[in-house]
Write a protein that binds this ligand. Structure first.
Ligand code: AGP
Length: 608
């Protein structure tokens, strides 16, 4: 999604704006721009289609020592990626950057008589609307912004400046994140705290419906109804090292390889192998409330959804009389779904800002259902709006493709299920195997990554030129196959889809020919033989099968086999997913694609 930065202080604004936008590059974008102002209000507006490097080349010819400004990276929603559609948008004395969607922008545009619009964007309409209330400085900028926002339907995170008031930035949010960095003699604005690192660790997270007027030494927050809001300054919980590549070529490989450590952070203080119990403090549900839970709703998008699907299989295995429903947020938010009594909703999101997931959270809360966040980004909107939660603590996940978050989200949800089972008095003999395997997972993950990193790099060369792929699994290996297919499609653009093995004969088997390869997950267990039969059906039709298994005796005549030796049985799919992550990564690298910022995608989908 779009990135927003702003600066007002004693240092060079252009320098902070560009460095801040670089920190937000991972979110995905197609154009960028900055506007800075000198003390007299003289504005310098520089925009470009393309990357921040292109913006820097243009800025080299427009170097200014201005001390205030705003900047933006745009992920196109209304209007193609272009310089004219790039932000900041200037209308009259108003300069604006915007993240979100103004749903009634056409109606507002029609009412703005006398304005000539240069772009196709909804954001420019918002800038004109503010200008129409600002009336060349007749009204304070903040008041003009408030009047305009009261007419807006949709989502926004905005930063607004005027050349008549160049040492002030007005920021406001409804649905798109904004954080205010409090420095010494400077105030910084960003849509993600990572842009503030190295400048300040003190941050104020703006909430929906709030508007802030910031200058270099002051931050004044109100609601749109002019009620004062006391600014809560929080410590930014991440650090610069966590958002650097540490010698890896891509963030994606770094984040795949750091899963032993990131999972350890997820488990820290939560898994006790002395009493074989799981202790999750965050959900905030009492033993009695946990004991009464009869229905779980797990909500997420993309990888978060897949993590929920995987966790659901495990929770059903060890928790009696509980139903688990896993839903895609963008569908669920519009269904007329009734959530039965004695339900709990798990809201799963790495970024904590996904618009559809946030909307589901708000809908579910209206039904009075307790909501528990399974979130990574500290202080994110979802994390602040759920009733309780379990941060997965994997550190910033920069690459658009989610990897370490998936592993930790799935395990965190299994641990939440275990806390319910413990409260319901499920025998420790049933729970202990899961807890024991969870405790061993970080070491096992490290072993698998160390053993298969190079072999998967080699294997990827054989398959990188295929255009189609089928991922297959049964039971817990099925959501794992779905996640593997998503990884491949989102970074290599190969048309990869996952099917339950048992579904092959109901249609997908017709696809099998030389255009496809099949990535088959075969964990040991009671369904292993059935999966073997399914692979034989594929082989009989000339399929090009890659088998991933922990079965020592595996001996089918497949093209490639990845045999994982591990003491992990129940949670073997978590290890098999690592193979799929490495495979997708090296195929995308082999194809020469932008692995960390794949085309058309954004790290945090803060628009519907
Ligand atoms: C996964 O690799 C993708 N980046 C995407 O599917 C992502 O999982 C989805 O957009 C949900 O994001 P969230 O976890 O931040 O809510």
């Amino acid at each position: 999604m779009c990135g927003i930065v702003g600066y007002v202080g004693d240092k060079n604004a252009q320098d902070f704006l560009v460095s801040g936008l670089k920190r937000l590059e991972y979110r995905g974008y197609d154009s960028a721009g900055v506007a800075t102002f000198d003390e007299s209000g003289k504005a310098t507006l520089v925009k470009t289609k393309g990357k921040i490097a292109d913006l820097e080349s243009k800025l080299a010819r427009e170097r200014r020592e201005d001390k205030a400004g705003i900047g933006h990276t745009r992920w196109a929603t209304h209007g193609e990626p272009s310089e004219v559609n790039a932000h900041p948008h200037q209308v009259g004395d108003i300069y604006l950057v915007h993240n979100g969607i103004i749903e009634n922008y056409k109606e507002l545009k029609d009412q703005l008589k006398g304005y000539e619009f240069k772009s196709e964007t909804d954001s420019e309409v918002l800038a004109a609307l503010i200008d129409s209330f600002y009336k060349n400085g007749e009204y304070p900028l903040t008041n003009a912004v408030v009047q305009a926002l009261k007419l807006v339907k949709g989502t926004y995170g905005i930063a607004v400046m005027s050349d008549k008031n160049p040492d002030e930035i007005v920021v406001a949010r409804a649905g798109s994140p904004l954080v205010i960095g409090v420095g010494h003699g400077e105030t910084l604005i960003a849509s993600d705290a990572s842009a503030l690192l190295g400048h300040t660790k003190q941050a104020i997270y703006l909430n929906d419906g709030e508007i802030a007027t910031v200058s270099k030494n002051s931050v004044e927050i109100k609601t749109l109804n002019a009620e004062p809001v006391s600014a809560k300054v929080e410590e930014i919980e991440t650090n610069l090292a966590a958002i650097q590549k540490d010698g890896y070529e891509h963030f994606l490989l770094k984040e795949i390889m750091e899963q032993p450590e990131s999972l350890k952070e997820t488990l820290r203080g939560r898994v006790n192998t002395r009493d074989w119990m799981v202790h999750l403090g965050g959900p905030g549900l009492t033993e009695g409330e946990l004991r009464k839970v009869k229905h779980l709703v797990i909500v997420g998008c993309g990888t978060a959804y897949h993590a929920g699907l995987l966790a659901a299989y495990y929770i059903e295995q060890f928790t009696p009389e509980i139903t688990v429903e896993v839903v895609i947020a963008s569908e669920y938010r519009y269904r007329q779904a009734y959530i039965p009594r004695d339900s709990v909703a798990l809201i799963v999101s790495q970024s904590g800002e996904t618009a559809d997931t946030l909307a589901c959270l708000r809908e579910i809360k209206k039904q009075g259902v307790p909501t528990i966040g399974i979130v990574n980004a500290i202080g994110s909107t979802i994390a602040r709006e759920v009733d309780g939660g379990t941060y997965v603590h994997v550190g910033p996940e920069i690459s658009v493709a989610s990897t370490k978050a998936f592993t930790s989200q799935a395990v965190a949800m299994v641990m939440f299920g275990l806390t319910i089972a413990q409260a319901k008095g499920v025998r420790s003999g049933i729970l202990r195997p899961y807890i024991s395997e969870i405790a061993k997972l970080p070491e096992e993950i490290k072993r698998v990554l160390d053993e298969f990193n190079e072999p998967m790099q080699e294997m990827a060369q054989k398959y990188k030129d295929y255009d189609h792929a089928i991922y297959l699994g049964r039971d817990t290996a099925y959501p794992t196959a779905m996640e593997g297919a998503l990884k491949l499609k989102e970074i290599s653009y190969i048309d990869a889809n996952a099917y339950a093995f048992g579904e092959l004969k109901h249609g997908p088997l017709a696809l099998v020919d030389d255009r496809f390869f099949e990535f088959a997950l075969l964990p040991e267990g009671e369904l292993y033989d059935k999966a073997v039969s399914n692979v034989q059906e594929v082989l009989a039709r000339g399929g090009h099968v890659i088998a991933v298994t922990n079965k020592k005796e595996f001996d089918l005549p497949v093209e490639d086999v990845v045999k994982i030796t591990t003491s992990i049985e129940l949670m073997a799919p978590i290890l098999m997913n690592l193979i799929a992550q490495l495979f997708a990564y090296y195929i995308a690298v082999g194809k020469g694609y932008d692995v960390d910022q794949p085309r058309n995608l954004a790290k945090s989908v803060t628009v519907e």
